[in-house]
Design a protein around this ligand. Structure first.
Ligand code: KIV
Ligand code: ZN
Length: 502
């Protein structure tokens, strides 16, 4: 049986989803979870794109053990040198360089000939190779590239030292039979193909990213590039959980598997959701809230008799356990830390102390604390940013015949400021007060509320996306009171914008 490598690009292509940008601390947490999950390669960022990306790659390379850490670089000298600078301390490192090869891109976007594109690609693979042994090359927009030229480029970059050649379906244009045939053609026509691994990188514009990646595996691909929850540019990338579980569940067809520890899938999915604020649709395969919910009486009857009647994957396989009451008001610090460790979180003493204080406050409001509640608390620890704005107090009044009013007190750079505002509803009034105190010029792109567990005493989780100067950030907050959670989420996003400016 073949082992297919999993190249996770949640932190690079995934981060290109509008509003999904993550700070260095958040990226580090995701990278640690990807390592627990057993990803073979983590594309930690695009070093030249921003100082934040550079820092994230460097930090992840220094702190995350196990996977190969990779930086993306255009086929340009400065990009490759910058990628090397970010990666040089990582024990296992890869430079992933790319150049478009389709006539559409070459003619309209880059205005270079095929010969020039080929020459640059080869030269830049050689340059990358002078820094690292492990070099990957992607002919961007491969699925719209003339096939004989594509094969020529692939052969030339392998001769220059690329150990992985990635075939990106950049615009999600391919369909499974055609994409599989393309991979087979590359295997048959490229003379030195046995010296490299064929990777695939499929976008989901036609909803076919997973199907295309699987078709590629059937035709010889040895690496799949994917993201947690399928986030990514436009309609996203191939979803890691789907492709991994398809290979695992249908080993009989694929005769291939991955090294992914599937019991970590659910935790990875929740972490990425919390950090990016991008919720998963309920009917999403594998990690959607309804993926294991059986509604029909006939199905429930079958399941009670024998699980395999309607269940092709056991929920435990992806780390989904029955939600259970875990802790309460009387639980101590030791039980709290132990449960977090069991859930796979390792917090410093300072983080534990802080999270424990918040846990106690929550336990006063909410009798039963579930794993999901703990995960929400931890997510807030992980996403702390320097607090330019700190929520001190909030009073809200609203009702059927009342004008919604918010009285908000914030500490701004140490100075206490209080404002009263009215709005269409309580959240609008609170946001109005925040705008009036902070003077923010940012635009609210998204506001979403979700209950973490059942019951009216559930923790409410709010995700907010803000845009300023064409850059977006997400913020989140949780509280048993959704108005306070909303204020926390907005303030968290504003703190991220402030941190970014600094
Ligand atoms: O979609 C794409 O083509 C990419 C490349 C940089 C690999 O993300
Ligand atoms: Zn991509």
């Amino acid at each position: 049986m073949r082992t297919i490598k999993i190249f996770d690009t949640t932190l690079r292509d995934g981060e290109q989803s509008p509003g999904a940008s993550m700070n260095v601390g958040e990226k580090l947490q995701v990278a640690k979870q990807l390592a627990r999950l057993g990803a073979d390669i983590i594309e930690a960022g695009f070093a030249i794109a921003s100082p934040g990306d550079f820092e994230a790659i460097k930090t992840i390379g220094g702190e995350v053990e196990g996977p190969v850490i990779c930086s993306l670089a255009r086929a340009k000298e400065d990009d490759i040198r910058r990628a090397w600078e970010a990666l040089k301390d990582a024990p296992k490192r890869r430079i992933h360089t790319f150049h478009s090869t389709s006539d559409i891109h070459l003619k309209y976007q880059f205005r270079v000939s095929r010969e020039e594109a080929l020459k640059r690609s080869v030269e830049m693979v050689r340059l990358a190779k002078s820094f690292v042994e492990d070099v990957e090359f992607s002919p961007m927009d491969a699925t719209r590239t003339e096939v004989s030229y594509l094969c020529e480029v692939v052969e030339a970059v392998i001769a220059a030292g690329a150990l992985t050649v990635n075939v990106p379906d950049t615009v999600g244009y391919g369909i499974p039979s055609e994409f599989g045939a393309l991979i087979r053609t590359i295997r048959e026509k490229v003379k030195n193909i046995d010296r490299a691994v064929i990777a695939v990188h499929c976008h989901n514009d036609l909803g076919l990213a997973t199907a295309n990646s699987l078709s590629a595996v059937l035709n010889g691909a040895g690496q799949i590039e994917c993201t947690i929850n399928g986030i990514g540019e436009r309609a996203g990338n191939c979803s890691m959980e789907e492709v991994v579980m398809a290979l695992r569940t249908r080993r009989d067809i694929f005769d291939a598997d991955t090294g992914i520890r599937t019991e970590e899938i659910m935790r990875a999915s929740r972490l990425v959701t919390k950090i990016t604020g991008m919720y998963v649709q309920p009917n999403k395969a594998i990690v959607g809230a309804n993926a294991f919910a059986h509604e029909s009486g006939i199905h429930q009857d079958g399941l009670l008799k024998e699980k395999s009647t309607y269940e092709i994957i056991r929920p435990e396989t992806i780390g989904l356990h029955k939600t259970k009451f875990v802790l309460g008001k009387h639980s101590g610090r030791h039980a709290f830390r132990t449960r977090l460790n069991e859930l796979g979180y390792s917090l410093s003493d300072e983080e534990i102390n802080h999270a424990f204080e918040r846990f106690k406050r929550l336990a006063d409001q909410k009798k039963e604390i579930y794993d999901e509640d703990l995960e929400a608390l931890v997510a807030e620890e992980y996403t702390t940013v320097p607090e330019t704005y700190h929520l001190v107090d909030l009073f809200v009044s609203a009702g059927m015949n009342q004008r919604p009013t918010a009285v908000l007190k914030l500490k701004v750079n140490g100075e206490m400021i209080e404002k009263t505002e009215h709005g269409d509803g309580p959240v609008d009034a609170v946001f109005g007060a925040i705008v009036s105190i902070t003077g923010t010029k940012s635009r609210l792109l998204k506001y979403e509320v979700k209950a973490i567990t059942g019951g009216t005493d559930a923790l409410g989780e709010v995700a907010v996306s803000l845009e300023e100067d064409a850059k977006s950030v997400s913020g989140h907050g949780s509280d048993t009171d959704i108005i306070i959670a909303s204020a926390k989420a907005y303030i968290n996003a504003l703190n991220k914008l402030a941190a970014r400016k600094k």
